[in-house]
Write a protein that binds this ligand. Structure first.
Ligand code: ARG
Length: 461
């Protein structure tokens, strides 16, 4: 068995159980190798520019790393658990391949700054991938809204019928939430894009490195100012996982709503067969599983954030091996949120609304009651009084088993003489929905403005 890259002071071999327990290669290689090679190339370029290695050695290192990259890409590279992690696997393979020059690569570098450089690069790419998926989902939601122009649905509070709203208005509310999710990620990316490379183990180095050079080559805004901070903190991952958690909770609520809509009781939405699954025992079943799993997987994403918060809370400054446990929650959170966004997009593209069923259900629940109260306010009545008057009108409807629009003018005037014939312009959901005219409200004029805004922002033609 070969001796470890750090084996100088060790007399005994590492216990095999310990070796298996401490390795991270099995869960990080695929994710981190590309960023690790990128970081090493930048580091080698800098070392040569600073006279810490010859240009010839630098060239051999860069070339060797290129060969390793190709080997990994073609699946021929063998990842070894006895070489612990991605950093040591690549460095040891480079040494196997080019010999002496490879031994200069780790000059003025520690795995502590190396790993967190890799992670920041990885997170930067991950944010871009998630942002693309968020936009795709926004586009699908806006398209779904465009396909359902003018459809009025009952709006609910407490899951009780409240006021009539345009379906488009509700769909655009999800689009707004996703926009803030994207904003949080963009913000997080700005803050994470600083270079830890050259912080070394924790204290920096006495060798004449140029941290600004590596920072620039790797596309970072600047080097982190404090070397201890650079290797200590994983707050950038926490921020990303927190942003993902909020997105996941948004998607979970959306999923819950669509699962309800697909039920027999609601019957508002019909997911196509392509996004539904069946039952192994009940032949009639068609279940909205993808959205149930979106709701379910939000638990993982929140759990990933919790794992990392708890991981970090007791750690003293600088690097502690516990930090190796940051990777699985990070990778899992990003993978899961990406899938959740993708599946929700596909679902949105494959759902239709049962206009007829929704329409026939609209008369229930006195959705026009608030609009009627506003009618009385327009006639000069104080709102608290109009609330009371309409409440009595609703009670009358309950007794007569009818809707507000079925009450005669005599019925209404029996409650209060203020009612006139024009009251019927305010009753019924079609009238009621268009009485909403305030900025951001559900009336069709306001919703059209929102639609135009999103179509132009998302470049939907
Ligand atoms: N595999 C380690 C991690 O992911 C890399 C850093 C190890 N540093 C050390 N001093 N043991 O955190």
């Amino acid at each position: 068995k070969e001796s470890k890259l750090w084996g100088g002071r060790f007399e005994e071999k590492v216990n095999e159980l310990v070796e298996r327990f401490t390795e991270s290669i099995s869960f990080e290689a695929e994710e981190l190798w590309m960023h690790d090679i990128r970081g090493s190339k930048a580091h080698a370029n800098m070392l040569a520019a600073q006279g810490l290695m010859t240009e010839g050695d630098r060239d051999k290192i860069i070339e060797g790393l290129g060969v390793i990259k190709k080997k990994i890409e073609s699946g021929k590279f063998v990842w070894r658990k006895d070489r612990e992690d991605v950093h040591m696997n690549i460095e040891a393979a480079l040494t196997d391949m080019i010999g002496e020059p490879a031994k200069k690569l780790h000059t003025a570098r520690s795995r502590n700054d190396q790993v967190v450089t890799d992670l920041r690069l990885w997170c930067r790419d991950a944010v871009d991938r998630i942002l693309t998926r968020i936009k795709q989902l926004q586009v699908q939601l806006v398209k779904l809204a465009l396909r359902n122009d003018g459809l009025i649905i009952p709006g609910y509070t407490h899951l009780q019928r409240a006021q009539p709203v345009l379906l488009q208005h509700l769909l655009l509310s999800y689009v707004e939430q996703l926009e803030r999710d994207a904003g949080r990620l963009t913000n997080c990316k700005e803050r994470l894009n600083f270079s830890p490379l050259g912080a070394c183990a924790l204290a920096g180095t006495g060798l004449p490195i140029d941290r600004f050079m590596t920072s620039q080559e790797l596309g970072f805004t600047a080097p982190l100012r404090n070397s201890i901070d650079a290797v200590s903190d994983r707050d950038f991952i926490l921020e990303l996982l927190a942003a993902n958690s909020i997105t996941a909770v948004h998607l979970s609520r959306l999923g819950e709503e669509w699962v309800l809509w697909a039920s027999e009781e609601f019957g508002f939405a019909i997911p196509s067969d392509s996004v539904s699954t069946g039952s192994s025992i009940m032949p009639q079943k068609k279940n909205p599983d993808p959205m149930e799993l979106v709701r379910g997987k939000s638990a993982r994403v929140v759990g990933d954030l919790m794992s990392l918060l708890i991981l970090c809370k007791g750690l003293p400054s600088a690097y502690n091996r516990d930090l190796q446990e940051d990777k699985e929650p990070l990778f899992d959170s990003v993978k899961t949120i990406t899938q959740m966004l993708e599946v929700t997009s596909v679902f949105a593209a494959n759902i239709t609304f049962n206009h007829e069923r929704i329409h026939t259900s609209l008369p229930a629940g006195y959705l026009d009651a608030t609009t009627l109260a506003d009618y009385l306010v327009k006639k000069g009545m104080p709102f608290r009084t109009s609330h009371e008057v309409v409440g009595r009108a609703v009670a009358l409807c309950v007794a007569k088993k009818c809707q507000l629009s079925d009450l005669t003018l005599d019925d209404l005037c029996g409650i209060n003489s203020i009612f006139e014939k024009d009251v019927y312009d305010f009753l019924g959901v079609d009238n009621a929905v268009n009485k909403f005219t305030s900025y951001g409200s559900t009336g069709s004029a306001e919703v059209q403005k929102q639609l135009q805004f999103w179509c132009s922002k998302l470049e939907i033609t």
